[in-house]
Ligand binder design. Structure first.
Ligand SMILES: Cc1ncc(COP(=O)(O)O)c(C=O)c1O
Length: 442
């Protein structure tokens, strides 16, 4: 019996786990029972440092009582209110608060319940926007190889992680992808943004030439792809993408589900890179991962272009029962209060250098072929075992878990993104446990 196994008291058959090797997991479950600050506690009572802010979402750390109290209060006051042709004040307050921290112009907020819903919402808004603008031929959606945009049909279609698409042969038609920017030959072990690869943005010109700009509605990219294990954009790349979109009247959508809410040491990646998209998709950190919630930040020009037609007719036939759910709004406002009071939306900037140097100290360990960092995101990539992609990564991940570190793995890469309250001593712990595991598993 390994450390993380529990006595066989929990029946594991019924829960069909998401994005999990169910049969492997259920033979030796890894189970958390509580969490506080930077740490989880496992069911067998061990403390495990959270190297991935849950799933990139617990930005203010675990167990924030202020959020719990706000949610409890809200449930006892107004448990649910519809947002279809009705409303409740908190939804408007929350939208105003989000607009206050948004990049300039992106201050029209459409609420969803998840990153996947935010992505599909933004893609649909892009289509509807062009139609409202008299350009109904713009129906093509462009994603990027290695991109992850959630699991709706829209997000899966524009996504570019092969395993996420392969089993679902029928995706949206009229979708294409630009090339990814992962280039170990030129950029391995680059610190912060890699030097090489701005020209890869020109791949969009290739698709414009192939399909015609008049058929393209939008391009969606993660400013720093996360799920494919943290690929900071080459210097100048996002600026170039913006220019090409402008030149051809294509909307640019940043999927900031991970990068939003302080991950890079700025409120959003758009601030960090100095590039303003036409829409941003967000979720996760919007409520510190407590209550499901997401939001699309739309530029006023996108929103205003759709405020047409008779005033008694809905402008956008889209929304979710739980859009602007009162508890999500309460959790979100409490989260924004914490971010503001503790300066968490910019705290990453002051610790990013320490984070970078600590991660890069792992260079030279067995099988390490790349280390990447950007803000408080980071990744270590190992070479795969012959014929067994992901096996070495899995062994390292389990070893770390047994010795007190949790993080998200992607194949043979480890994606790290600690809560933004992380201290230098936590970073030391993360890097030391990971380094030891890499050596042990080698
Ligand atoms: C960039 C990005 N977009 C969308 C999503 C999907 O979010 P959710 O799992 O909340 O649907 C994720 C989740 O990791 C993500 O990283």
């Amino acid at each position: 019996m390994t450390l993380h196994q529990i006595p066989n008291t929990i029946k594991t058959d019924s829960f069909w786990m998401p994005f999990t090797a169910n049969r492997q997991f259920k033979k030796a479950p890894r189970l958390f029972s509580s969490a506080e600050g930077m740490h989880y506690t496992t069911v067998d009572g061990r403390k495990v440092i959270d190297g991935s802010a849950g799933l990139w979402c617990v930005n203010a750390g675990h167990g924030r009582k202020q959020i719990a109290a706000a949610v409890e209060r809200q449930l006892m006051t107004l448990d649910f209110a519809p947002s279809f042709q009705m409303g409740h004040p908190l939804a408007f307050d929350f939208a105003e608060r989000l607009a206050e921290i948004a990049p300039k112009g992106l201050d029209r907020i459409f609420f969803t319940n998840s990153g996947s819903e935010s992505v599909d919402t933004a893609l649909k808004i892009a289509l509807a926007y062009h139609r409202a603008n008299g350009q109904a031929s713009r129906t093509r959606l462009i994603g990027r190889e290695r991109g992850y945009h959630g699991v709706g049909f829209g997000g899966t279609s524009v996504g570019g992680m092969v395993a996420n698409r392969r089993a679902f042969a029928t995706l949206l038609p009229g979708v294409d992808h630009i090339r990814h920017t992962h280039d170990l030959t030129r950029n391995a072990f680059a610190k912060d943004q890699p030097e090489h690869g701005a020209e890869l943005a020109d791949d969009l010109e290739r698709l414009v030439a192939l399909h015609g700009a008049e058929t393209i509605a939008a391009v969606i990219v993660e400013p720093v792809p996360g799920s494919t294990a943290v690929l900071p954009p080459p210097k100048g790349y996002l600026q170039r993408l913006r220019e090409i979109c402008d030149k051809h009247g294509i909307l640019l959508i940043f999927d900031e589900v991970i990068t939003g809410f302080g991950r890079l040491g700025t409120p959003f990646a758009a601030n960090f890179f100095g590039v303003t998209p036409d829409m941003m998709t967000t979720a996760k950190g919007i409520t510190n991962g407590t209550i499901p919630c997401g939001a699309v930040f739309a530029h006023r020009k996108v929103h205003d272009a759709m405020m047409i037609g008779p005033e008694n007719v809905m402008e956008l036939f889209h929304g979710y029962t739980y859009s602007a759910h009162p508890t999500a709004c309460a959790a979100g406002i409490a989260t924004l209060d914490i971010y503001k009071d503790e300066g968490l939306l910019t705290r990453g900037a002051s610790i990013a250098e320490y984070w970078r140097d600590a991660l890069h100290s792992l260079k030279g360990l067995p099988n390490v072929i790349d280390i990447r960092n950007c803000g408080l995101m980071g990744a270590v990539e190992l070479s795969p075992r012959d014929g067994a992609v992901g096996a070495r990564g899995y062994d390292v991940m389990v070893d770390c878990f047994n010795r007190g570190l949790y993080f998200r793995m992607s194949g043979d890469s480890f994606a790290l993104s600690p809560p933004l309250i992380v201290e230098k001593s936590h970073i030391d712990d993360i890097v030391s446990i990971l380094g030891d595991a890499i050596k042990r598993v080698a």
